[in-house]
Ligand binder design. Structure first.
Ligand code: SF4
Length: 169
């Protein structure tokens, strides 16, 4: 299936958490909207962001070109107000899906975090592309708490194809 990829300018990059993430995180951060991994079990399929689309989940990705710029603005404001900043990246996309290889939005965010770190950052991904950013993650870990969490459903290729038909990594 071809993927429709669009560059967009987003109003904000940090979203205050509610629901299941309200367990110590203050904000979620999604560098993209949409996700080319298209997991069968992905709950975002049922969210309004997909429900109002006329193309299927997994076939479109919006690239938030101004993500790092927004991060700087929003974190500076939160710091002025003395607010805690504990970020979950990402709750509704994968920050290391294939388009990240060329768009580097996640990397640009990490570079900005290196200059203006949050209190903590948890990265959730299923992609080995996260290893590309090890250099910056190691620098960042001296400035804030970091966790990288990997999704691995199974080590069986036949089962993997049922849950995630688009093998794009
Ligand atoms: S990687 Fe995550 S966000 Fe992307 S489709 Fe799979 S479950 Fe959804």
């Amino acid at each position: 299936m071809p993927i429709e990829i669009k560059d967009i300018v987003s109003k904000k990059i940090l979203s205050e958490v509610k629901g299941y993430l309200d367990i110590g995180f203050t904000h979620s951060l999604n560098p993209y909207t949409g996700c080319a991994f298209a997991c069968e079990y992905c709950y975002v399929r049922e969210m309004p962001i997909q429900k109002f689309k006329d193309i299927p989940w997994g076939s479109w990705v919006d690239v938030k070109k101004n993500a790092a710029e927004n991060y700087l603005k929003e974190v500076s404001l939160l710091r002025r107000k003395n607010k805690p900043i504990s970020i979950f990246m990402s709750s509704a996309t994968d920050p290391y899906q294939p388009v990240e290889q060329r768009a580097s939005i996640t990397r640009s965010l990490l570079e900005e975090m290196d200059k203006n770190p949050p209190d903590s950052l948890q990265i959730q991904t299923r992609s080995p592309l996260v290893a590309r950013d090890l250099d910056i993650l190691l620098k960042l870990k001296e400035k804030c708490r970091i966790m990288v969490s990997m999704t691995i459903e199974t080590d069986r290729e036949d089962v993997k194809r049922i849950f995630r038909p688009m093998l794009l990594e």
